[in-house]
Design a protein around this ligand. Sequence first.
Ligand code: ADP
Length: 262
Amino acid sequence: MTLLIKDEYPEKLFREDGKRLDGRDLFELRPIKMEVGVIDNADGSAYIEWGNNKIYAAVYGPREVHPHHLAKPDRGILRVFYRMSTFSVFERKRPAPGRREKEISMIIGECLEPVLFLELYPGTSFEVFIQVIDADGGTRCASTTVASLALADAGIPMRSLVTAVAVGKIDGKLIVDLSGIEDKAGEADLPCAMTWFNNEFSLLQFDGDMTLEEYNECLDLATEALKKIYDLQKDALKRKYIDIQERISQQNEKNNQERGEE
Ligand code: ADP
């Protein structure tokens, strides 16, 4: 998406030492932190900080479909609402959901659907609300990644998690995980998502210019990066249960001590 006027783009997207403008190597991911169970009122939730992106996802379901006419008698439906907060970008973004948000909601839904057993939940809906608090490139990928964690946190049966990352090309070189400026001023941007139960891409978008060899190399680079992000997702899920286990054993110890004192 082109938002800056072309003249405002930096002339070069690499520093003199060969690093990217934010100091990363070509195939280096931005720092990623994830946490599950962050919204008490939701059935499942998760939060991600991916570079400068900050995004929440909250999941509800299976529950009654509103409006009723959307309900399907033979299966459940998945509804995704991706929203970018009006304060999440440098320029003021209109508060009403625009065409871009509707498109991104649709593609996130399409890449999450293959992992759900919607056929087991006729007449119901699963709703995923995604709120981008701070945006700096790659929000559709970070949103997909955090939404799949929130679905898992809700205890919804899934074939696997889904992980997403963007790869692309800037100043003639292939790179992994484009930042906002690299996304806007670079030559190509290829957001992809992987469903791990069948190792297939459930999202492949493409914007820009590259050769077929570069495209194939991009898919290999994406696969390597996706594996790293997948490990972080699994760690975030496990951490919640390790924390619960620790709290229970501390409580048990306290109870035993109190009983011993009586
Ligand atoms: P993605 O965030 O998935 O890369 P885009 O390529 O559409 O999606 O957008 C790239 C980046 O441009 C976003 O991450 C955000 O930083 C910025 N951006 C997107 N929409 C707007 C907007 N309406 N106003 C200002 N900045 C925006």
